[in-house]
Design a protein around this ligand. Structure first.
Ligand code: CA
Ligand code: CA
Length: 147
């Protein structure tokens, strides 16, 4: 038996029910920078494979000062092929999802499309429902997962 606390690198917390090492980060950066910062810790942006994981995130205590009003980048994008959403850590297509109604819209919406939204983030004002956003948006926090 491995001691649970030792399964995760420093700064990550082991979530027994999810079998994941997670780290919520309150610095606000682009999707790519967020991923780089996770990779630098031998981790990657989080995958959310099921409702159980999503539910954990929804109920996580976001009132922590650093995480207050954070949108969070997650490890999904459709940069390689439009609307072919993949988890970047393993290349798998997204099966479970928690998109807001009318998302992902690739920047479509009311003004029909700059067609340039290829990175997924969770929106705190909508209980962390997902939106596809411009990967260059610099105003989102991020969650790293270590495997
Ligand atoms: Ca897209
Ligand atoms: Ca969108």
């Amino acid at each position: 038996m491995t001691e649970p606390a030792t399964r995760c690198p420093y700064g990550f917390v082991w979530r027994e029910d999810l079998a994941k090492c997670l780290q919520f980060n309150g610095d606000r950066v682009t999707w790519r920078m967020a991923r780089e910062r996770c990779l630098a810790k031998d981790a990657d942006l989080i995958t959310i494979p099921d409702e159980k994981t999503m539910s954990f995130i929804k109920h996580f205590d976001h009132k922590n000062r650093d995480l207050k009003q954070c949108d969070f980048w997650i490890g999904a994008n459709d940069e390689k092929a439009e609307n072919d959403w993949r988890w970047v850590s393993n290349g798998d297509p997204i099966t479970y999802s928690n998109w807001r109604p009318n998302e992902p819209n690739n920047g479509g919406g009311r003004n029909k499309g700059d067609g340039n939204e290829h990175c997924a983030m969770m929106l705190w004002v909508f209980s962390w429902a997902w939106n596809d956003a411009s990967c260059k948006n610099e105003n989102a926090c991020y969650i790293c997962e270590y495997n």
